[in-house]
Design a binder for this molecule. Structure first.
Ligand code: UT7
Length: 317
């Protein structure tokens, strides 16, 4: 048994925050942000919108696209590093609100959270332990930001993306590869928590951007080489590259390694910013709905994030 994606959905909060607005808060400029990152605008969740609310809207949209209802779902996996609560997990909150049953948990792998969640759901379906999974990447990164730190607050945004992953005779997911290396933990972190010494402090995200950039490019390029080699593919044979949207310069370097022109790369960073685990399913849904990605196309999704964690997934859509 294999798994295939039968529907996609996304949700972007209404409030758009432009580079020019940010330039009024911190010492930055539209020009710096656009040229260094590719971002023009990001969206910010309303005060009464938590991660699970964004996830719920994306989930209903994916269910509608797949022609299924909440009762058909027997597994919910949510990739997020900005959960509503410490517990219950976001997947359980979604289950309760949408009337779903079965397995439900969240995966904490920062920007790689969706690829981790998708890979886990695929394994459950391959083993026959689930038939129809709702897989979500959802984040309210705005809640983690220090709005006085220009090196991070200009980069991130909020949003959610979802896919329905159903059991199928043919793949679907052809290959996935996950990795992590905890030795880089301090380069990108939000260092407060429940059991750490900083209990009760509000977590704020810190990043040594330049150092993260170098490791990200190296790691993503190595992943590309592995995907092509292990699947007997030549450069240029992927139809669509659907990357994590952290920086357009990182994406361009990876696309080059794949032998793909930028016309075959799904870029949403300009309108979404970096939405961490939500960025890949949001990019996927964007390109499915605007007609670029069609049934039968070969897609490569790749992510890299805090931890460091990383992952790739080759999908016949
Ligand atoms: O999604 C999870 C993984 N995250 C990533 O993969 C992100 C990886 N890193 C990056 O995308 C980039 O490193 C950044 C976009 C974060 C930064 O770009 P950069 O080209 O690496 O810039 P930099 O950190 O080397 O900084 C260059 C200059 C510095 O000034 P000096 O020292 O040259 O005078 C910074 O202080 O830009 C300055 N700078 C800013 N200037 C205006 C840093 N942030 C800003 C800002 N506005 N917002």
């Amino acid at each position: 048994m294999y798994s295939h994606v039968s529907g996609t959905g996304m949700y972007l909060p209404e409030r758009a925050l432009t580079n020019n607005e940010l330039a009024k808060i911190v010492n930055t400029s539209d020009e710096w942000i656009r040229t260094r990152t590719g971002i023009e605008v990001r969206h910010i969740a309303a005060e009464n919108e938590a991660t699970s609310h964004l996830a719920e809207k994306a989930a209903y949209s994916a269910l509608e696209a797949s022609g299924l209802g909440p009762k058909d779902i027997d597994m919910v996996v949510v990739g997020t590093c900005t959960p509503d609560l410490i517990l219950p997990n976001v997947a359980c909150l979604l289950q309760e609100r949408m009337g779903m049953t079965g397995i439900a948990f969240s995966v904490e792998a920062a920007c790689s959270g969706f690829i981790y969640a998708l890979t886990i759901a695929d394994q459950f379906i391959r083993l026959g332990q689930a038939k129809c999974a709702l897989v979500v990447g959802a984040e309210t990164m705005s809640r983690l930001l220090d709005w006085g730190d220009r090196e991070t607050c200009v980069l991130f945004g909020d949003g959610a993306g979802a896919v329905i992953l159903e059991a199928a005779e043919n793949p679907g997911i052809l290959f996935s590869d996950l990795g992590a290396d905890g030795k880089h933990r301090d380069l990108l972190c939000a260092d407060a928590g429940v059991s750490s010494l900083k209990v009760g402090e509000t977590a704020k995200l810190h990043m040594k951007g330049n150092e993260v950039f170098k490791v990200a490019v190296r790691t993503l390029e190595a992943m590309v080489d592995k995907v092509l080699l292990e699947n007997g593919l030549e450069q240029g044979q992927i139809d669509w590259f659907v990357p994590h949207q952290a920086n357009v310069r990182i994406i361009e370097a990876t696309a080059k390694r794949l032998g793909l022109p930028m016309e075959r790369v799904i870029l949403t960073i300009k309108e979404h910013g970096n939405t961490s685990a939500a960025s890949i399913p949001m990019a996927l849904d964007t390109a499915v709905r605007d007609g670029r990605i069609k049934r039968g196309d070969l897609l490569l999704m790749e992510a890299f994030g805090a931890g460091f964690t990383w992952g790739s997934c080759l999908l016949r859509y």
